[in-house]
Every structure is written in C-alpha cells, then in structure tokens.
Design a protein around this ligand. Structure first.
Ligand code: BGC
Length: 807
C-alpha cells in the first residue's frame, strides 16, 4: 500500500474474497465488491452489490422449525464483462497465464483498477486494463472502462456484457444452510441498440430493482464509438449482449460499460426500469462521468481528509477508512431511509443489519458531515412506532429499539447461531443487549452538541430521547433494601456473558455500563426539555403524556441507579466477582488466536458464562464515551466515589480479561488508554487500523468491512489523540503524542463553521473559514478559550509533553 493506493501485485485465489471486500466501490447509495468483472461467483469470487434498505425476509425450515431471517439482498450483478479471443474460452483467471498483474483500490477516487498482461491457451499475449467506479456525483451511476491491447496478435474478439439477476446471498459460510434466494425475475429489456436492462424484485419485500447498461467500443484515440456487431440473448433473470469486432496488434481498444441502478425506494421516478433506461441513455461517456465523480470526491476529501505526515502507515490506513466510511455513508445516503449496516455495503455478514455500532460511526461524521448523521438518526425515528410496540409487547413502556434492526425496525436477531468450531447451533441471547437504546439516546445528544441543531432536537430527537428514558424507567425497578434502582435480565456489550452459569433465564443483573448510561440519560432529560422552546416542550410532554411524576422518577433514577463494584473496580455486572478466572496461558498456547474464546469454550463443552472473560469492552465503554469530568459528575451524583484512579484500575482489570473477540474492542481500549498511556493507546490504534486490511479475525472481512472500527479509528485520532471534545459551546482540543502528530492537519465543521486545524512546532493553529461562517465560534485548549471571527486564525502554544515516544 503506498500513497493513496491499496495495491496487490499478484493474484491470490485464497485472498481474493478479502481483497474484493477491501476494494469495494460505492457512493452511499449502492456499493459493489471489487470482484473482477470477468469472474462468475465461485470459491474465490463473489460479485456482490448492495443498496441501503434492500432487505428481504425468507423462512428456512430448519430441523422442522421455521427460521425467519431478514437479509440485505445481493442485487443483480452489473459487472459482467467478459473477453473472448477468436473462438477461445472467456478470459478468466483459470484460463490464462498471468505475466503481470495489479489489483488496485484508488483510495482518493474510491475506484478499483486491475491491470494484467497474460498469455491465453493459444499463446496470444494480451494486456487488459480495467477501471471502475460507482459515481459519487450521481448516485445511480456507475462505469467500467476496459482497455484491451493485443500485444502479439490481431484477430476478432467478442465482449460479453451482461446484467445477471440470478444472484443469491451465500458468501457467509455460516448462513449457507439458510435460504439465500431473495430475487424473483421481472423482465429483461433493451433501450435501443446499445442498451440492455433488467428488472428483478425481492421475493417477499417486493422491492423492484432495475439496472441498465450501455456498452460501447472505442478504437484507439477515437472519441466516437465504433460500429460493432451486436447480438442479444435474454432470459427472465439475465440479459446479455455480445459485441464482436476486429482488433489489431499493438492498437488499444477501449470498452465502456455505463450502468444505472434504481430501486422502487427511489424518489422522483415512475418505476425503476423506466428510470434506469432513461438515465443510462443520457449518461456521458466514461471519462466525463469519471471527471464528475472525481470532482465530488475532491470536495469530500477537502472536508474529511486527515493529514499525518509523520506516520506513513497510519496515514494510509486512515485514508482507506475515510474512503470506506464515505462509500457507505455519504450525502446520497442522507436522501434515503438508511441506517448504518455494521458491515458496510460490501458483504453479507450480520445480514446487513444495523446495530449499536453507529455509536462509533457518528463522531467522525458529526464534525464533518453532520447532515449525514442527522439523516441516519432519522432511520431510528421512523422506527419509533415499532420500538414502542416492542416495548409494550415485552411489558415495558416507551420505546425499545431492537438489537439488530433492518427494514421496519422489528427485532432481527436470530434465535440460534451456528458455532463454526463445533458445527452446532447455539441459542443466541444477544437480543438482550438493550444498551442499544442508550446508544441511540447518546447519539442524538452528541449530534446536538456538535451541531446545535435545535430543530432536529425539537422535531425528532427529543421524542426519541423521552421514549427511551421512559423505557429505561419501566425496565428498571426499585430495590428498597439497597434504596437503588436496578435493571435485571439484560446483557452488556460483552456478548460472552448472556446469563448466569447454569441459570435457566437469560440476562444478567445490573450491567454497570447499562445502569450508568441510564443514570446519565435520566440526568440529561431535563437539559433536553430546557433546550426546547417552552411551548414545544409542553406540547411534546402533553402528546407523549410525560407526567410530573415520571420526571420525578427519572430525576430519582439519575441519583440512585445501582452500580456494582468489586476489588476497587466497576463490576461488569452484579456477581461478576464470583466468576472463575480463566487459564489464559493454557488457551493461548493451545489455540494461538483466542479472540473468539466463546466459540473455543463452547466447542470444548464449556460455558463462557462461568468465566471472567469478556469479548469486548463493557464497563470500560463508560470511559470511552465520557470524559473524566462527565464521569465524575455522574458517579458523584449517584453517590459513588470517583477517585482519580478508578478509570486506570477498571481499564487495567478488564484489559487482562478481554479477548477482543470484536475488533470494536481495540478501538475502545485505544480510546480509554489515550489519556492514561498514550503509547499503548497508539499501539492498539494501529491494531484497529490494521484489522480489516490484515483480516485479523481470519476470514470476517471478506464478509464485509467493519464500519464501527473503520470510523472508530478516525474518531480515535480526533478524540483520543487530538483530544477533541465539545463542552457547552466550546470546541476543545487537547493533543497528545505531539511528535507523532507533528504536522497533522484536519478539516472539521463545528456548528456550521468549517475549520482547519494544524499542529506544528509545538503550536496548534485553528483557522475559521470565512465561507459559510456561523459564529460565534469558541475554541479552546485547556483553560485558554478564544472566540474566532470569520477568516481568523488563532494559535495555541502547546505545553511540552514529558514522555518521549518509544519507537
Ligand atoms: C459485536 C457487537 C457488534 C456486532 C456488529 C459483534 O461481534 O460484539 O458489539 O455490534 O458485532 O458489528
């Protein structure tokens, strides 16, 4: 990987699926894996195209039991482009000898390129260069360009260009026993001589998806397309054209396939097939479309790039992560009813569901493209009715959002999950992670803090927050013996602990993270109500019937939630202290990688619930989400001590008992260690940065990138190392690891004003852009808080930092 490129210089069938995921191209509306255009689905190739909201439900009869699942559907494959030389077979990796090969993800343009020189079975040497993008300028547009050079031969070639609706969902091995067919054919069509189109529909959700492709051939240097022989073949769920023409030795020929994709969720169309056809006919040729795409990305980089000149590797990976985050969540996303699928739009792991991971995604967006966060939060707001129904059904009040969310906001978490180590289906109790509700509340508040978008709070946010607070009040109960409120039957983020060992009922008592979040939520509600115009607050309270008594109860909860402690640390949940210690050395020696300790233990007939072993940060999340001052206030309000060392002790305790079975955990630990042990934080930050490119979990990334980790690393740089924090109306910066950050430059947007932040020679410079300035703008380092006018720069001297960085 160099510069702005993730590049592979040899073909490796074993690694190809991973590379496809990492070289996906998308625009926040749809995303397509980096599969070679000429390859059909097979053990090393998996063409996958996904669009936000493209879900479908299917039932599998499993051991006689119906199992219902909702999946983000693999849409028709628009990539298909094959080369046949004379009467030879279509060129594919199995049919040729590669002389040169390069597979590149151009990070700056989110474009995938392949360049290869090969010998075919007849000894002909050919160069084929492919470039493709999914347009950031026009959300429905994508383009492929091939350049073919016959190096030592002349003759006739055929290009097969197709749209293939016969796709199924089957990249995730664990799900293969479950139904993977989601598409039904509707119809193929042509729009004039150059354009093929295909419409399909999802089998249950009746989403129509249409694609159209215009394929042209351009002889060397010619801007006008050549007149080539075309033949058509169409089936209900597949359509192809074959373009036949002569090529001459040494003379490059270009093939362009411009594609449009629409679904029946789109605005401003009559129906997808007509829209796809109309649009593709108007698309410019590849070069012009690419220029528009490039201009759109240039603008995005202007607001989102981070520069870290001293740290080459981190720099590159951060940019890779920025590109991937924006491929999944862009301004185009904001125009749709879209949430943040935990694994992006480039694989099928977790079925494209939306979890609490958005918590890790928004901090980066909030301070750059907050309009995207706003739209993604609306995904939750639109599902409030369903969340209310879920709460009522479970005997609670308010809104209970699902652990896994898809199309309509009902609970999508499976009830059984396949353990690939044992081959057995284990019950899946993870839906008891009610903390997702706390995350949604937190996300709304942090969005508001970054933007001061009172309209959002007034029209949507406050209602979400009130209903979530109400849910927590109803799931909590008062324990008169302790004189505290308790929550039973839930799980924290650590998915290894689903219940007490041997207990028949699921869930745990008093997960500290959950209870502390509830204390914070109930303490925050009055601030939310105070912010609203008085009339609106009264109207909302009236409409939701929020009584004075309820407000008093919440106030009381904010002072009396129960938090368990043991040995001077926060207990992950009540009774954690009684669990057995795990023989970590034994398992490390036996298995090497013990990240998925739950699967190892279960395969050995053991129950992870028995042990002090966490999959990921749980109690420690508190130190990740809140600053020291906020936590001190929270704990003191609860009447618990908050000594200066509580964070250090608690983090250290769980660090030794966490297997990091979710890569989110690396992000969290890096974040909490940043103020305590910046060097160790940096090391973990690097692990998180490398986790997807290096596929540290051995096979998960090919099923989709980890959105939370990719954006979490960007948040780490911003919050952990640059020390960005919003308190009141002040944007505070408190940089650490100055020698690693030397020369660092960032763009940010705080409450409407664009900022440039630059760290150099022991000084931090902040420039408030004049264009679009919305003041007053207050920025601070430590106690030094300044007010900036449009176009003004302020320079903060940074205190010298004691500990030199170990290299
Ligand atoms: C993690 C969860 C996360 C989910 C989706 C799981 O492995 O434990 O915290 O929400 O993956 O990314």
């Amino acid at each position: 990987m160099q510069g702005f490129e993730l590049a592979y210089d040899y073909f490796d069938p074993e690694a190809e699926l991973l590379r496809e995921a990492l070289t996906s191209t998308g625009n926040g509306y749809f995303c397509t894996r980096g599969t070679a255009e000429w390859e059909d689905p097979g053990p090393s190739h998996y063409p996958g195209t996904y669009a936000h909201g493209g879900y479908n439900r299917e039932t599998t009869i499993f051991d006689g039991r119906p199992v219902l699942n909702e999946d983000l559907v693999n849409l028709p494959n628009w990539l298909v482009l094959k080369l046949r030389i004379e009467d030879g077979p279509a060129v594919g990796f199995d049919e040729i000898d590669l002389l040169d090969y390069k597979h590149v993800y151009d990070i700056r343009l989110a474009m995938v390129r392949r360049e290869m020189r090969f010998l075919d079975r007849a000894g002909r040497e050919t160069t084929l260069r492919s470039r493709r993008f999914v347009s950031m300028a026009h959300s429905h547009q994508a383009g492929i360009e091939w350049t073919i050079v016959p190096e030592n031969w002349s003759g006739r070639v055929e290009i097969v260009t197709a749209l293939d609706g016969r796709m199924t969902n089957h990249i995730v091995a664990r799900y293969r026993e479950l139904e993977g067919r989601h598409l039904d054919p509707v119809s193929p069509r042509t729009f004039g001589p150059e354009t093929i189109a295909l419409e399909v529909q999802t089998r249950q959700s009746h989403l129509y998806i249409a694609e159209a492709a215009r394929t042209r051939v351009f002889p060397d240097g010619d801007r006008r397309p050549a007149d080539v022989e075309r033949s058509l073949h169409q089936m209900q769920d597949y359509i192809q054209q074959i373009l036949a023409f002569d090529v001459e030795q040494g003379r490059p020929v270009r093939v362009e396939k411009m594609v449009s994709l629409f679904t029946s969720h789109d605005n401003a169309i009559t129906e997808p097939l007509a829209a796809a056809g109309r649009h593709v006919l108007r698309y410019p040729d590849f070069a012009e479309a690419l220029a528009e795409h490039e201009a759109a990305w240039t603008e995005l980089w202007d607001g989102c790039d981070v520069r870290l000149p001293r740290e080459e590797r981190a720099q590159l990976l951060l940019r890779l992560h920025i590109a991937h985050v924006l491929q999944v969540c862009s301004r185009h996303t904001a125009r749709h009813d879209a949430g943040v699928p935990a694994r992006g739009l480039n694989g099928e792991a977790y079925r494209g569901h939306v979890f609490w991971d958005e918590l890790y995604v928004y901090p980066f967006l909030n301070l750059r493209l907050p309009e995207i966060t706003r739209a993604l939060l609306l995904y939750r707001y639109r599902r409030l009715t369903e969340a209310r129904a879920a709460a009522a059904e479970a005997g609670y009040q308010g809104a209970m959002f699902p652990w896994q969310s898809g199309s309509d906001g009902t609970e999508e978490t499976q009830s059984v999950h396949l353990n690939p180590l044992s081959g057995k289906w284990d019950p899946d109790l993870s839906r008891n992670q009610r903390h997702v509700n706390a995350a949604i509340f937190y996300n709304v508040w942090r969005y508001y803090q970054a933007t001061a978008d009172l309209e959002f709070l007034r029209d949507y946010g406050a209602e979400l927050m009130l209903e979530i607070a109400r849910f927590w009040a109803s799931i909590a109960h008062y324990n008169p013996r302790r004189e505290r409120y308790e929550i039973h039957g839930v799980m924290g983020p650590d998915e290894f602990h689903e219940k007490y060992p041997g207990a028949p009922e699921p869930g745990l008592r008093n997960n500290a993270y959950t209870n502390a979040m509830v204390a914070w939520i109930t303490a925050t509600i009055p601030q939310v109500l105070d912010l609203l115009p008085a009339g609106r607050a009264a109207w909302l309270r009236d409409r939701l019937n929020v009584t004075d008594e309820e407000l008093r109860l919440w106030e009381d909860m904010s002072r009396r939630m129960y938090i368990p402690f043991h040995d001077g640390v926060i207990s992950q949940f009540e009774g954690y202290a009684d669990l057995e210690e795990l023989d970590w050395d034994h398992y490390r020696t036996k298995y090497g990688n013990i990240q998925r300790m739950d699967r190892i233990l279960k395969a050995e007939g053991e129950d992870p619930n028995r042990y002090k072993v966490s999959k990921q940060a749980d109690a420690v999340m508190l130190f990740f989400l809140f600053g020291d001052d906020e936590l001190r206030e929270l704990f003191e309000r609860l009447g618990y001590g908050y000594d200066a060392d509580l964070a250090r002790r608690t983090i250290d305790y769980y660090d030794r008992r966490t297997s990091h079975g979710s890569t989110l955990s690396f992000v969290t630990y890096a974040g909490v260690l940043a103020p305590l042990d910046p060097q160790s934080a940096w090391e973990r930050f690097m692990v998180a940065l490398e986790s997807d490119v290096g596929d540290v979990q051995g096979g998960t990334t090919k099923e989709g990138i980890h959105m939370g980790v990719m954006s979490g690393t960007l948040d780490l740089l911003q919050r952990g190392f640059l020390g960005t924090d919003v308190t009141g109306d002040v944007l505070r910066l408190n940089p650490r690891l100055l020698d690693r950050l030397e020369g660092a430059a960032f763009s940010m947007r705080f409450r409407g004003t664009s900022l440039r932040v630059h760290l150099e020679d022991g000084e931090l410079k902040v420039l408030a852009q004049a264009e679009g300035f919305r003041g007053p703008l207050r920025v601070g380092v430590g106690d030094d808080v300044r007010t900036l006018g449009p176009g003004e720069t302020c320079v903060f001297p940074l205190p010298a930092q004691a500990a030199p960085v170990r290299r």
